[in-house]
Design a protein around this ligand. Structure first.
Ligand code: UD1
Ligand code: CA
Length: 461
């Protein structure tokens, strides 16, 4: 079925009390607009998805990273009908079904929209709208049905008679129209209301007047159509989206301990039999392999973990790649641009930045490895520091395979250490070390026999 989706996202959202356009706020680990785009992509191709932008148009455009999505600029916000009208040129020729949704409604499911499209297709009507019976429909347009059960009109809160306002069936503002009929009659919309706005809801009356019928599909769970207006609703949507994501990963074979404490962003993928411990956060476009363990309070952001990787508690992994069987943490920090090789170990209080540890390399305790390349099975002792910054520029440290870096070594970059070399503990290494050599760069130890005993004797007197 030929479906075009138009996402209305031109409004500012005054009640957010924000300098940022409403749809740029985040829920479930994505901006509101990205959530709606992701749902739309389950229905149709990017080339048939259009976002109507107005307030902070450029920022909203930038937030939509999927290639191919179209944008329609609504310079002045003259109502929901006007928002679609401005896209006429781009949209009119596309035919099929026209689905209209809001950019501030991140909870709507693709399955619901599919039901809406199916309903429009099966009925002989010009369009179907989503409605819901609400305890308190105040603020919503009311769905007024005729004797046959078709929709006769949508009456806005401000314009309704007491009798109409008593109707509890509310318009969710989500529609599926037969595109050809919609565009044929859109020119009949008039801003003839106190707000002088073009109301999209008027299309119901317009199409009926032209001899067509409009149907309403009732949403069993009105929460799905929740539009975000303020930060409290934003938090509510965030909670719901996160619960959905947790459920999805758990049903896909991931153990999540105390899921109510765990944060997993929408774009994260996690393999089977991975265990996520309490209070862990997995963020951004991270992908986690099978049979991994993400420790309590660890944060994995924008990173790729192969299978069988263990991230210990209180560990930060940012913009890095970790290979099969590697162990990181507890209390480690991978800042960005790191590659940790197969079965490598990065222990507590080790910081990596732009570092590459080859397979089987180890840095088990207290080290800073920045702009460093570390060969296979090399052991980096506790307290090792790469001095990668000379106050002006960053320099590289290259350490070969099977090197032994003694504890508390200071490696002043740029520097190269050959395969199989041995650096004595406590050395300050300022010159390249050839393969298999021993480098010793520390003051010779002095020894004064009996010195301590004599001192104690002196102090007693
Ligand atoms: C609209 C419906 C109402 C429905 C409600 C559901 C109309 C006239 N009324 O009312 O029947 O119950 O939604 O939430 O359509 N927008 C633009 N450009 C504009 C105006 C709005 O892009 O010029 C966008 C907004 O950013 C927002 C959405 O459209 O995301 C809805 O606009 P809003 O003004 O909130 O409509 P409601 O008054 O809530
Ligand atoms: Ca609204």
């Amino acid at each position: 079925m030929n479906v075009t989706v138009v996402i209305l996202a031109a409004g500012l959202g005054t009640r957010m009390k924000s300098r940022m356009a409403k749809v740029l706020h985040r829920a479930g680990g994505r901006t509101l607009i990205e959530n709606v785009v992701a749902t739309s992509l389950e229905l149709t191709s990017a080339e048939r998805i259009f976002v109507v932008v107005g307030h902070q148009a450029d920022q909203v455009r930038q937030a939509v990273t999927t290639p191919g999505i179209g944008f329609i600029e609504q310079r002045e916000q003259k109502g929901t009908g006007h928002a679609v009208l401005v896209g006429r040129e781009a949209l009119e020729g596309l035919g099929g079904y026209l689905v209209i949704v809001y950019g501030d409604g991140p909870l709507l499911r693709a399955a619901t929209l599919r039901r809406l499209i199916t309903a429009a297709d099966a009925s002989g009507s010009a369009g179907v709208l989503l409605s819901a019976h609400m305890e308190d429909p105040t603020g919503y347009g009311r769905v007024i049905r005729n004797a046959e059960g078709h929709v006769a009109a949508i009456v806005e809160q401000k314009a309704g008679t007491p009798e109409q306002l008593a109707v509890r069936e509310a318009n969710m503002g989500i529609y599926c129209y037969r595109a050809e009929l919609f565009w044929k009659h859109i020119g009949e919309m008039r801003p003839d209301n106190p707000a002088k706005e073009y109301y999209l809801t008027d299309m119901v009356t317009i199409l009926r007047r032209a001899g067509h019928s409009i149907d309403a599909l009732e949403l069993p769970d009105p929460q799905e159509a929740l539009g975000i207006n303020d930060r409290a609703e934003l938090a509510q949507a965030d909670r719901i989206l996160r619960e959905r994501k947790l459920r999805e990963v758990m049903l896909a074979g991931v153990t999540v301990q105390k899921p109510e404490t765990v944060t997993i962003d929408a774009d994260v993928t996690i393999g089977m039999d991975t265990v996520v411990e309490p209070f862990a956060q997995i963020l951004g476009k991270s992908s986690i392999g099978e049979n991994c363990r993400i420790g309590s309070c660890a944060i994995v952001d924008q990173s790729e973990l192969a299978d069988e990787v263990e991230i210990g508690p209180f560990t930060l992994v940012n913009a890095s790649r970790v290979e099969h069987g590697a162990r990181i943490g507890p209390f480690a920090r991978l800042r960005f641009g790191n590659q940790v090789g197969e079965a490598a170990h990065v222990g507590n209080f080790v910081e990596l930045k732009n570092a590459k540890l080859a397979a089987g390399a180890k840095a088990n305790h207290l080290a800073y490895l920045g702009d460093a390349d570390i060969g296979t099975r090399t052991n980096v002792g506790a307290g090792t520091i790469t001095c990668n910054y000379d106050g002006t520029h960053k320099h590289k440290t290259a350490i070969g395979a099977n090197v032994f870096v003694g504890s508390n070594s200071t490696l002043v970059a740029p520097i190269e250490i050959g395969d199989g070399a041995y650096l004595a503990a406590g050395s300050v290494i300022t010159e390249n070390v050839p393969p298999d050599a021993l480098a010793l760069g520390r003051a010779r130890q002095a020894l004064k026999p009996d010195w301590a005993r004599k001192r104690r004797a002196r102090q007693k007197k």
